[in-house]
Unconditional design. Structure first.
Lengths: 262, 262
DNA sequence: TATAAGTATTCGAATGAGTCGAACGAATGT
DNA sequence: ACATTCGTTCGACTCATTCGAATACTTATA
């Protein structure tokens, strides 16, 4: 094995484009605050004002930043790109409709996730009561081990990768019920594999239960996960353990067929 | 006046961060294709493979790019950032609900736009029939002069800026009815200003009419524009010229009050 | 009106970082 | 076993980014 100069011991981050990093530093900082001035940015990020200025100029010229009422903001170019990125996920349109259908049928919240960088990301969500699509949350991330759909997705990974992921996974508890032990997670995955559905009992949010299933492509590859969430007093017993799972398995099956033939 | 080395004659783009530009070249190219290989990217963009490689490494490490089934793709980080950027627009949540309400009431398509970089950008959209929120389109852009909401927004700009914008505007026709003359646009704007609503008759899409109004903040600043669109055979006569305008003006008024008190 | 505090912008110099191209390695299919 | 495509590494050159200080602009405050 040849030595890799500059390798960090965890084996990541070699030879990166620094300028790109500083650029996203700025963007991400803008994303957190809302509306920051050049001086503030330079101060908090420890870059020279002139440096930040040049970056902001560039970002604004490219449409990624706007200078609205006395402060710099993240531009909607990110939304534009993000939306087309989402739309390219296989079966996204079909799944979105199904999510709304499920929400309406159950009266609970239904959602669709895909895996990215070891987390699951919300791609669609609908609430039953009024079929209002709640956008806040779209794009945000949850660790795989803290979501029913996450477990379902995880279970579909072929064996070598699965072990790998479990090993390199760091378990940061979200609630007092979040799984923190890889063996427990592994056990749950193995237990659910022939059933095909997975639970989440207050592991990501107190007082909230969920059931999730995976959606797979024709070659057995994972596309994403579908789940129904609701208050634990409403999602329990028969409803949680058989009624909703059946519904989800049916939906997944139908989706998988439709996606395969599209 | 001191000379500005590097100034282009149109007075734009000085002293930009080149690396950031190449980086977004890559991202935007990925956004168009779906799933490109390193070699392809390098070829089409005329960068050395090693250069593109380094950028992709960086982008992937930062979560802005993913390497899925044998090709590089835009990551969902863009969606995440874009969604929070959108949510920070004043009154966005209120407007989104209103858009759905209007869509349901009219049975037509309702939408909300804001202005950015001389275009209007879709922030929300709803279709009447089934109240299904159609996401494709969100984030995409239309020139101000080719949309009813665009005209409404334009009309709210104070005088010096308005003339400026009209002058530096380049009119690329979208359909055969698109406005191509600044004087015509100016006339329409002046005509509509006391009414408060504006029309679009097949100017952005053949066979499609629309009415639009502006939403303003307490200080008279423009927040965005609201419009209803539909087939020209359904949107005409009384309905187009009085019924829908009244509805929209009422909605705008209500929104403006709610936004001011929030 | 003058002053101050905030903002954004420009400049030149230094060096640090991005770029290239070629050569290597890995993976896949024929 | 070969060819093809894809990704990775390396070192050298040079261009571009970074910095800090000085300038300019705008808005509040005395």
């Amino acid at each position: 094995m040849i030595d890799h100069p500059g390798d960090t011991e965890d084996g990541a981050r070699v030879d990166t484009v620094r300028t790109a990093e500083t650029m996203f530093d700025i963007v991400e900082h803008l994303d957190n605050e809302n509306g920051a001035s050049l001086a503030t940015l330079a101060g908090e990020l420890n870059y020279a004002k002139s440096t930040v200025h040049r970056h902001l100029q560039t970002l604004e010229a490219l449409g990624y930043v706007v200078h609205r009422d006395g402060g710099y903001h993240v531009g909607l170019r990110f939304l534009e790109i993000g939306v087309t990125a989402r739309s390219k996920y296989r079966g996204y349109d079909l799944v979105r409709q199904k999510v709304e259908e499920i929400a309406e049928m159950t009266g609970e919240r239904a959602q669709f996730f895909v895996e990215e960088h070891g987390k699951i990301v919300y791609l669609a969500r609908a609430i039953g009561d009024q079929a209002v699509q709640t956008d806040p949350g779209i794009g945000s991330r949850i660790p795989l081990y803290a979501a029913s759909a996450g477990k379902a997705i995880l279970a579909e990974f072929p064996e070598p990768e699965l072990s790998d992921m479990l090993e390199r996974m760091s378990f940061d508890p979200v609630t007092e019920h979040t799984i923190t032990d890889p063996d427990v997670l592994r056990a749950e995955i193995d237990e659910g594999r022939d059933r095909g559905y997975y639970f989440n009992r207050e592991e990501s949010l107190r007082g909230t239960h969920a059931v999730g299933v995976a959606i797979c492509g024709p070659d057995g590859d994972v596309i994403g996960g579908l789940s129904v969430t609701g208050p634990s007093h409403r999602l329990n017993g028969e409803r949680l353990e058989s009624e909703l799972p059946d519904l989800l398995l049916g939906a997944a099956n139908e989706l998988e067929l439709n996606i395969a033939h599209s």
